[in-house]
Write a protein that binds this ligand. Sequence first.
Ligand SMILES: *[C@@H]1O[C@H](CO)[C@@H](O)[C@H](O)[C@H]1NC(C)=O
Ligand SMILES: *[C@@H]1O[C@H](CO)[C@@H](O)[C@H](O)[C@H]1NC(C)=O
Ligand SMILES: *[C@@H]1O[C@H](CO)[C@@H](O)[C@H](O)[C@H]1NC(C)=O
Ligand SMILES: *[C@@H]1O[C@H](CO)[C@@H](O)[C@H](O)[C@H]1NC(C)=O
Ligand SMILES: *[C@@H]1O[C@H](CO)[C@@H](O)[C@H](O)[C@H]1NC(C)=O
Ligand SMILES: *[C@@H]1O[C@H](CO)[C@@H](O)[C@H](O)[C@H]1NC(C)=O
Ligand SMILES: *[C@@H]1O[C@H](CO)[C@@H](O)[C@H](O)[C@H]1NC(C)=O
Ligand SMILES: *[C@@H]1O[C@H](CO)[C@@H](O)[C@H](O)[C@H]1NC(C)=O
Ligand SMILES: [Zn+2]
Length: 482
Amino acid sequence: MRAALALAVASGASLAVACGTEKEFALIRRNAIERRAAASSALASAPAGAATVATGPAAAAPTVPTATRTDEASAAKVTNPAQECQVYSYPPVAALQAQKVFPPIWQIANLSTAQPEVVSLFNALNGSIPKINPKGTPTGDFTGVNYNGAEDPDCWWTWKQCHTPKVAGLPQDIYMVPEPQTWGFTLDDGPNCSHNAFYDFLNEQKQKATMFYIGSNVLDWPLEAQRGLADGHEICAHTWSHRYMTSLTNEQVFAELYYSKKAIKDVLGVTVQCWRPPYGDVDDRIRYIANSLGMQTQIWRDNTFDYEIATLPRAQIEANYADIIKAGQNGTFATNGTIVLTHELNNDTMALMMENYPKIKAAFKNVVPIGVAYNNTQPYVEKEYTYPNFSQYVAGTLSVSLAAPTAVSTDASLSIPLSSGASGSISATVSYASNTATGGSAANAQSSGKSAAGRNVEGGVFGAVVAAIVGAIGAGAMAVLV
Ligand SMILES: *[C@@H]1O[C@H](CO)[C@@H](O)[C@H](O)[C@H]1NC(C)=O
Ligand SMILES: *[C@@H]1O[C@H](CO)[C@@H](O)[C@H](O)[C@H]1NC(C)=O
Ligand SMILES: *[C@@H]1O[C@H](CO)[C@@H](O)[C@H](O)[C@H]1NC(C)=O
Ligand SMILES: *[C@@H]1O[C@H](CO)[C@@H](O)[C@H](O)[C@H]1NC(C)=O
Ligand SMILES: *[C@@H]1O[C@H](CO)[C@@H](O)[C@H](O)[C@H]1NC(C)=O
Ligand SMILES: *[C@@H]1O[C@H](CO)[C@@H](O)[C@H](O)[C@H]1NC(C)=O
Ligand SMILES: *[C@@H]1O[C@H](CO)[C@@H](O)[C@H](O)[C@H]1NC(C)=O
Ligand SMILES: *[C@@H]1O[C@H](CO)[C@@H](O)[C@H](O)[C@H]1NC(C)=O
Ligand SMILES: [Zn+2]
């Protein structure tokens, strides 16, 4: 006999509250698709051989001389945000798209046009994926989802921030860093087309971060994605189209993860081994597929809620930053450090980070990328990229050796060490094995409580989820299944 909660959250008041809001993403997706479509005729008639910029009437003014956007270094020098965000075509990406190597950008990825070997890879995996039903919708509406909340059988982060999988063989999620007084610096949702001023700032500060790039953004803004690698940041994947992953079918989840990993490989030249679920929406089914594709799941411990800048007062986001900064000064992180959720989503989130950065540096002993905090000096499959370990980084070595970003123009297979069809086996191993900590949820809930203003709850993400569900139960929506 099992008691189950029927989660009856009103649509729009979704459980998960992280990353750019779904509404904002709907806009970003539509804008990207429309901009590309409008510029395509101008781009098609432009000469091949270099990144070309649409100059037709469809392209947003002002136009940018083609010569300024030919490679990573030249694109990095464009400083006018409007010019930075002007559509251009990068020949390697155009060639890959012409070969139908990728699904359409910003659509939920599937395998309908996948190469036979990719389909074979999925088929070899599918039978062993934990039998967990998809939950809710891709936009995060969990209305009517039946879930045994007391047992949290799927280790569903959205529900209670579970990060220790219940399916055997899966590694624990990375959500904190073991080094005391340390801010694990992560930036989600990039590459943003207008990030040059922000990336220049990071360079001036001699600061590296872990960047979670969206596959569709990587194809949309390939030279900006290359800049992240060239600047010495650690690159991880953030799915293909930024949907709530637990809502998707096995095939869609596989495709969302596979194609984001492949976009980074084909455009930057590195095979990433880490990813972060949009909105933190992950359960053991999703973790299993990610792990099988050689990617460790990374979430966070503290949340600035910077992505809510469009809907919350700026002062509220500032207060969230201030809270985490205060925790950096009052002993909260005396024995271990935090991973903080921040974004390069738009101008405002980047500006907030730049503004708070000096205070973060003053309050925390170390501000480091996640790989650095775990002494993971070779985060990619390719070994010609070596990052400093923790002691090197804090002593001032910010880069050890980094090959230049390199894009390919023809389909190259992504090396995924799946065992061929053997049921239940996970052969991909990743190198963050030492994270065995517990206790992040409380800290996350603590800091995020402040930003739940308007949600009318105390206690932050966890509290918001519980309150939403309790509210629903109060409204008579609870079902006890036996
Ligand atoms: C797969 O994705 C394409 C592109 O978004 C879409 O048109 C198609 O309907 C999808 N196929 C299935 C079976 O969902
Ligand atoms: C994958 O496996 C599930 C069962 O776990 C099944 O329902 C689904 O149809 C399979 N998908 C494909 C594309 O074969
Ligand atoms: C430290 O500051 C944080 C943020 O304001 C607060 O939640 C926490 O209770 C404080 N801890 C101590 C030990 O004072
Ligand atoms: C990048 O930032 C700009 C400026 O804030 C914003 O308008 C745009 O939607 C962002 N683009 C992406 C792809 O995130
Ligand atoms: C982004 O910020 C810059 C200043 O840093 C400003 O010049 C620009 O207009 C902003 N762009 C958008 C789209 O808000
Ligand atoms: C990283 O290396 C430092 C020594 O420089 C060590 O103290 C620390 O425990 C290591 N961290 C991990 C996660 O292995
Ligand atoms: C960090 O790198 C330095 C230089 O290569 C090395 O001497 C040290 O042992 C490394 N520390 C760890 C924990 O691996
Ligand atoms: C991290 O620190 C907290 C106290 O702030 C403690 O409860 C927890 O056990 C620590 N975790 C590890 C792995 O040291
Ligand atoms: Zn995100």
